[in-house]
Ligand binder design. Structure first.
Ligand SMILES: Nc1ncnc2c1ncn2[C@@H]1O[C@H](COP(=O)(O)OP(=O)(O)O)[C@@H](O)[C@H]1O
Ligand SMILES: CC(=O)N[C@@H](CCC(=O)OP(=O)(O)O)C(=O)O
Length: 287
């Protein structure tokens, strides 16, 4: 919570802030989610939660006979899919998380990027993506997917919410300012929030998911890579040790470090306390 000693907006970096992201696999596991939310509620100081929910959206879409299509870790979001993700992320998941956090005494406020104009995105233009099988490029229309830039976050009003004692909880739904809702990857939202808020706070970014950290062997939880820097990152990518959803996560993490975020950790949702208290059970990223 802000104190009278803290620097006010525009004066420079003041006190600490945690931006914590929780992924869809944990959200789908009620026991793990409960444990995580209790630890999040108990965490002292300024904090923002960003949640995904991709797994549940994929499941619901399948029940409605809509096939989920992911390209480079992003969901192709046609109008039907946008309706589903809005209902799932900004509705069902958001409100359930808020109710649980309130039970733990945490005054959480569930937000999409449209609320308070806090996160404005730009609809992703058609992308040329290299084919996996040959050297050709394919044109991909991601539909209603929103990309963020350095001006996307309304830092001043978000800081005011924190100073008023609210705990912002963001879903992966943003808007373009012209009444169009957009679907934005939750890891990207967490990184953009951490980068922008680091103008005002000493910000730590923590990605929580279902594994102990970035692993050498994805089936061996004891193979956590303690530290990743841009050099061993290249090597891990080349060897295929990091793949799938981990690639955009690490990309976002390095982007955050390069743009002023103090530290980035990746680890298990169960280990939130250890991650933030430097008990250090996960992976730390360094520049
Ligand atoms: N080396 C690795 N260590 C850990 N996870 C990895 C690794 N390489 C790929 N992954 C995959 O990355 C996924 C995490 O990314 P993502 O699916 O975006 O998760 P979430 O949205 O739950 O945070 C893991 O579930 C795992 O399958
Ligand atoms: C554009 C895009 O890909 N948006 C993501 C937003 C949710 C998300 O990021 O959820 P997880 O963190 O659980 O993966 C999606 O719809 O899957």
């Amino acid at each position: 919570m802000a104190t009278s000693n803290s620097l006010s907006f525009g004066e420079g970096r003041g006190e600490g802030l945690y931006v914590i992201k929780i992924g869809g696999n944990v959200i789908d596991d009620s026991e793990k989610l409960h444990h995580f939310l209790k630890a999040f509620a108990d965490l002292k100081g300024n904090k923002i939660l960003v949640h995904g929910g991709g797994k549940m959206a994929t499941k619901l879409a399948a029940e409605m006979h809509i096939e989920a299509k992911m390209v480079e870790g992003r969901r192709i979001t046609d109008i039907e899919t946008l309706r589903i993700v809005t209902m799932v992320y900004a509705g069902l998941i958001s409100k359930n998380l808020i109710a649980q956090l309130q039970m733990h005494g945490c005054n959480a406020l569930g937000l999409s990027g449209a609320d308070g104009n806090l996160i404005k995105a730009t609809k992703r233009p058609i992308q040329k993506i290299k084919s996996k099988t040959d050297d050709t490029f394919l044109e991909v229309d991601f539909g209603f997917v929103g990309d963020l830039d350095d001006n996307s976050i309304e830092i001043k009003n978000l800081s005011k919410l924190l100073e008023s004692g609210f705990i912002p909880v963001f879903s992966a739904i943003t808007h373009d300012g012209k009444s169009q809702l957009l679907n934005t990857n939750a890891d990207t939202i967490a990184s953009a929030l951490a980068v922008s808020m680091s103008k005002n706070y000493e910000t730590s970014l923590v990605y929580c998911f279902e594994k102990k950290g970035v692993l050498v062997d994805i089936d061996d939880e004891s193979s956590v890579i303690r530290e990743i820097n841009p050099i061993n990152y290249k090597d891990l990518k080349a060897k295929g040790i990091v793949a799938d959803g981990m690639l955009p996560k690490l990309h976002n993490a390095f982007e955050a470090l390069n743009k002023g975020v103090k530290e980035v950790f990746i680890g298990k949702a169960d280990d939130l306390n250890e991650l933030v208290s430097r008990g250090f059970l996960g992976t730390k990223l360094t520049k």
